[in-house]
Design a protein around this ligand. Sequence first.
Ligand code: 48F
Length: 266
Amino acid sequence: MEYIKIRQVDEVKITRYIVKYTMEDWMDIADSDVVIVGAGPAGLTAAYYLAKAKLKTVVFERRLSFGGGIGGGAMHFHKLVIESPADEVLKEMGIRLVKAEEGVYIVDSAEFMAKLAASAIDNGAKVIHGVSVDDVIFRENPLRVAGVAVEWTASQMASLHTDPIFISAKAVVDATGHDAEIVSVAARKLPELGINIPGEKSAYSEIAEQLVVENSGKVVEGLYVAGMSVAEVRGLPRMGPIFGAMVLSGKKVAEDIMKDLGVYKS
Ligand code: 48F
């Protein structure tokens, strides 16, 4: 049987296009304004507002998916609770909410993560999947976090001894969830930063949301914390599958960074 060629893209072109356009992106993000670690609700919300403010924003996500804990819903039930005023952020992104009672809304987890990610990307954030951040870069005078070290998640999973590459940034956001991986590595490897991590407390939903949002923001110069990492870093209670605080925490961190970088006046 003889095949008839009806398309122009052969294997060489496929390879060259993918390598060329991937490398163009990496050349660009090597010096970013903001690196966000984790594409969960807090990280993606922060990315949305930072990219909207025209800051060069990259999100590194260990997994090959968006949304962090959103996708698992509540014990795999596909609904999450959002308490006002976080509903305003979701409505701004076109995410549909069902009102359960005054100020309390229910959201579909698939719609939440899909539209949140699309909103961040549509506004200019770059999301890179399959990459883990395992360290920070630091500089002195003044002492500050100045970027991150990144590695393929696949290399880590295979326990391959591979050195990372580096991405510089004016601000790094730890949005890694309950383990606060980036603040933890900075605390361990740079004791001169004076970071003390008390660890997350057990659940107390009615107070936890407010506390997490209020305590989101700068940890040390150049390093910020958002989402459940805040509970770990500041010793606050968790709140379970109620997600308004994650969104408002991401928004707060974005506003703090915009103020610190001089692109936002409240
Ligand atoms: O865990 P995650 O959803 O964090 P969040 O935005 O939201 C927390 C809620 O999901 C939930 C909750 C709400 O009440 O309690 O747990 O604070 O998303 C964190 C993302 O970061 C990725 C991880 O795969 C997940 O998608 N991540 C974690 N560590 C790294 C990382 C790392 N070192 N490098 C890259 N990605």
